[in-house]
Design a protein around this ligand. Structure first.
Ligand code: SAM
Ligand code: ZN
Length: 282
């Protein structure tokens, strides 16, 4: 049976482009198709598979996406979501279009859509397990597979807000798809973020202090800073939450859950410390 076009995907039809020939896409028997016949399946779970035939350079596996879903549902990162939503609401028109690149499970996209009652949101990610959650994260959220390092399958100037939360970045494409009045909102960890976890769990990736400099150098040709908020707080963690927090990072691939839990390595409290910056296009 053909999969019906999800209602959230419909408003994006005029903004999506065929990744191969850059023409418009239209619905056709549970898929999206361009005039040249390139066809992209709509999954039963609601996201459209625009990334076809090529392996993505990176992305979360199913276990990581599940751990992220569980951890975010605890609310431990709610203050980050609130800061992202504030930053987006300051900049975005209520009727606008929000693009979340490396959207994961759609947790932050849904938070922004709640703040902008007439807005629609599209999440892009390489992780199909994460996109299953994004497609369900909000009634105005749609989701598509895409690799951030390739030219986006999107029209120029389609977005009022581009979100990039703990995800890889493509500054020139962010700039191309943003309207001149739009804002890019970037969230990244400071050196203090989850320091207790990094102190005790050896494989948890350390934060390179030169990262901030690299970020500003990469964005500078395209964007200027409009405002930054530091979100920093301590939060307690149950053992399961700590395991999920480790499990949603790439370090999880090198660690054994049972060993971690047994060896008493997991901290009962961590510092959350991130920067939320809004940028305006040059
Ligand atoms: C640390 S997670 C952040 C997810 C989400 N923004 C959040 O904060 O909950 C990084 C996300 O980027 C995605 N990702 C990694 N490489 C990617 C790529 N090349 N293109 C698109 N997404 C990618 C991963 O699958 C993952 O969902
Ligand atoms: Zn095409």
């Amino acid at each position: 049976m053909p999969v019906p076009l999800s209602p959230a995907l419909e408003p994006f039809l005029d903004l999506l482009r065929c990744p191969t020939c850059r023409t418009n896409l239209h619905p056709d028997h549970g898929a999206l198709r361009c005039p040249a016949g390139h066809t992209f399946d709509i999954a039963r779970h609601g996201y459209v598979s625009l990334l076809t035939g090529t392996r993505a350079t990176s992305g979360d596996d199913a276990a990581m996406a599940r751990a992220r879903d569980r951890f975010l549902s605890t609310g431990r990162y709610r203050p980050i979501r609130q800061a992202v939503a504030r930053s987006a609401a300051d900049a975005g028109p209520e009727q606008g279009t929000v693009l979340d690149v490396g959207c994961g499970t759609g947790y932050y996209l849904a938070g922004v859509l709640d703040q902008l009652p007439g807005a629609r949101g599209l999440g892009l990610d390489t992780s199909v397990r994460a996109l299953r959650s994004t497609a369900r994260a909000h009634e105005r959220a749609a989701a598509a597979t895409w690799d951030v390092f390739r030219p986006f399958p999107l029209a120029d100037r389609m977005a009022d807000i581009v979100l990039d939360v703990f995800a890889p970045r493509n500054p020139s494409e962010f700039h191309r798809v943003l309207r001149p009045t739009g804002r890019l909102v970037v969230v990244r960890p400071t050196g203090r973020h989850l320091a207790e976890l990094r102190g005790q769990v050896p494989a948890v990736v350390t934060i390179d202090p030169a990262k901030e400099q690299r970020l500003s150098r990469a964005l500078a040709p395209f964007f200027e800073t409009s405002g930054t908020e530091l979100v920093e707080y301590a939060t307690s963690l149950t053992r399961t939450e700590a395991l999920d927090l480790v499990g949603m990072t790439p370090s999880a691939r090198h660690l054994n859950r049972a060993h971690l839990a047994e060896d008493g390595l997991l901290p009962g409290q961590v510092t959350v410390s991130v920067l939320v910056t809004a940028y305006r296009p040059r």
